[in-house]
Design a protein. Sequence first.
Length: 207
Amino acid sequence: MARFLDLHPVDPQPRLVAQVVEALRDDALIAYPTDSGYALGCRLGNRDGKDRILRIRQLDDKHHFTLMCADFSQLGHFVHVSNHAFRSVKSATPGPYTFILPATREVPKQLMHPKKKTVGVRIPEHPFVEALLAELGEPLLTSSLILPGETEPRTIGWEVKEDLDHDVDIVIEAGETPAVPTTVVDWSEDVPEVARRGAGDPSRFED
């Protein structure tokens, strides 16, 4: 059964954040709230966690995973951001956007798109996730918690626990979260293409 942790939505308790980080370092898979619905997350090098995410969401190995980053500096270690993309990406972060960019050598090959060698990255604006990433000290491998047959991410912690009690290790509750996924912007060809319209205003990346 999954452990259920209820954290303060504005000032998450450091002791509980540290417990989640310790579990992640022990290769736990968590379901956690973000600024665009719930997500599944695990440590970057956790291959079993990655496979569990694919099974839960019934996705194939071509799925574009996302690295949840603490800040723009950390993001820059894992993706190549061209001069053309730099200002646009930085001005939209933190916020509910996912950017698909060419991966650096810091990204494990199994997490990249098999042909394009790209990976999704994003910097959230959510107190719990910000605290978690600061404590973890590395990006979190993540994917929106959109279950098979559904079109929106989950938003309520106890419902997530009911449905995924035997599929994840920890479910975190930390206040309200919107039921709208991120806006996805593909920068892999150095020209922005809105691949999914979501919580972030897409017009800033459209002509």
